[in-house]
Design a protein around this ligand. Structure first.
Ligand code: UDX
Length: 441
């Protein structure tokens, strides 16, 4: 099938490349000329395992192309995916200006029946706006061309994006037309593990499904973070409590890991956007607001532990930080807890030596740019030389089995703040570390 994907961010690029991998003819569009030129040479703007190889292979095979000419790309395709950003506006709602600009171009370019797919995470009711924007352009052109807008939320996880897209747990399609639903069924058939993983519904329910999924997952995390706070106060161990509750199949083990807060491009933005939608419709979303509030506080838990241990004034202190990205296997630092933790400590005079396997460039060029108390190490042990303590923020695999003796030799004090509960307290104490984690005294 001939497909255009407008927007080469995380979701757009991964979707485009994976559709091409299945033999479709895909054109990925972006307004950023440099990004398009880079992509043609296999230079990928994000770090995502497997993406670079697959992009190069499909570009070479001519199943995948890149352009800044959205008009041409749309004109020549049967399906157009809208995968541009929906940044959070000042009031917490999703800003639709990019989505509706693409809809306008579609209205200008379309020549024959097409299916237009909302792939960006958009508030309930956006498909109606996309439909109206396209129709207004067609009316202006004075042409009568049929089209359908469908909603196809994306559930891929960063760091596992290719696998999630190629082998999805489910594909959710919201459509009000049988014809459009059939086109989507045909497109996704090769990706289906089981027949039931294709879930068809109306458009609004599909739009809502994405928010409900992310809000539920964020709720599980904030709930466990709240439990960890209670555990610390009553003298219980959240790691044991987590095992104790996860064994109940109704609760399950996934997404109940306490930590120094969730980040990323989805959870923080989507929880707030859904809360905003609820308020716009006259409902007070108490759970969503609490999920967000608990998460904001959780980002300060580690810096607060450092302050209780070393005092308010951190002049002359140096901390090694392991991990900057919001989670492992990505260089993405959007809403990463590392930003809050590092800024809290440097604000009090501390110096930071940070190491991250992939996100250093993001930190240096944007997220921690201008913070001259932060320097960067080339390896995990280099970050520890003469540091007053180690702070682990992101659970990259290379931090799982470090050489504890080497760490102790390098650190000024054997003090370790673990924001992701990677080790047992007993084991760390045996190694001679003063070990702080989340939800354990
Ligand atoms: C998430 C959803 O999982 C995905 O389905 C959706 O399409 C986009 O949003 P992503 O943002 O890539 O994906 O990351 P995810 O692996 O879900 O982690 C999100 C955050 O939650 C990370 O900061 C992670 O550290 C944190 N987290 C996750 C916890 O703190 N505890 C957990 O138990 C799980």
């Amino acid at each position: 099938m001939k497909i255009s994907v407008i927007g080469t961010g995380y979701v757009g690029l991964v979707s485009g490349v994976c559709f091409a991998q299945m033999g479709n003819s895909v054109t990925c569009v972006d307004i950023d000329e440099k990004k398009i030129q880079d992509l043609k040479q296999g230079i990928i703007p994000i770090y995502e395992p497997g993406l670079e190889e697959m992009t190069l292979e499909n570009y070479k095979n001519k199943t995948l192309d890149f352009t800044t000419n959205s008009y041409e790309a749309i004109k020549n395709s049967k399906i157009a995916f809208i995968a541009v950003g929906t940044p959070m506006g000042d009031d917490g709602s999703a800003d639709l200006k990019y989505v509706l600009a693409v809809a306008k171009t579609i209205g200008e370019a379309i020549e024959d029946y097409m299916v237009i797919v909302d792939k960006s995470t958009v508030p309930v009711g956006t498909a109606d706006k996309v439909q109206a924007t396209i129709q207004a352009e067609l009316d202006r052109r004075g042409v009568d061309i049929k089209f359908d807008v469908v909603s196809n939320p994306e559930f891929l996880k960063e760091g596992a994006a290719i696998n999630d897209f190629m082998h999805p747990d489910r594909v959710v399609i919201g459509a009000d037309s049988e014809k459009a639903m059939d086109v989507m069924k045909e497109l996704y058939a090769p990706f289906m593990k089981r027949h039931e993983s294709f879930i068809a519904m109306d458009i609004k329910s599909a739009e809502m499904t994405k928010y409900a999924a992310n809000a539920m997952l964020a709720t599980k995390i904030s709930f466990m973070n709240e439990m960890s706070q209670i555990c610390e106060r009553v003298g219980a161990d959240i790691n044991k409590v987590r095992n104790g509750i996860g064994s109940d199949s109704r609760i399950g083990y996934s997404f109940i890991y306490p930590g120094c807060g969730y980040g990323g491009s989805c959870f923080p933005k989507d929880v707030q956007a859904l809360a905003k939608t609820a308020k716009n419709f006259g409902y007070n979303p108490r759970i969503l607001d609490a999920v967000e509030a608990v998460n904001l506080d959780q980002k300060y838990v580690i810096s607060n532990k450092v302050i209780s241990r070393f005092g308010e004034n951190l002049d002359g202190k140096t901390f090694g930080v392991w991990g900057l990205s919001f989670k492992p296997e990505t260089d993405d630092m959007r809403e990463a807890s590392s930003i809050t933790i590092i800024n809290e400590l440097t604000r009090r005079g501390a110096k930071i030596v940070a190491y991250d396997p992939k996100a250093r460039h993001e930190a240096e060029s944007y997220y921690l740019k201008g913070n001259d108390k932060v320097s960067y190490a080339d390896g995990k042990y280099d970050a520890l030389k003469d540091a007053d303590a180690l702070i682990l923020v992101t659970e990259w695999q290379e931090f799982r089995s470090p050489d504890f003796d080497e760490m102790k030799k390098l650190l000024k004090n054997a003090i370790f703040f673990d924001g992701r509960n990677q080790f047992s307290k007993e084991k760390m104490n045996k190694y001679g570390f003063e070990y702080f984690q989340i939800g354990v005294n």
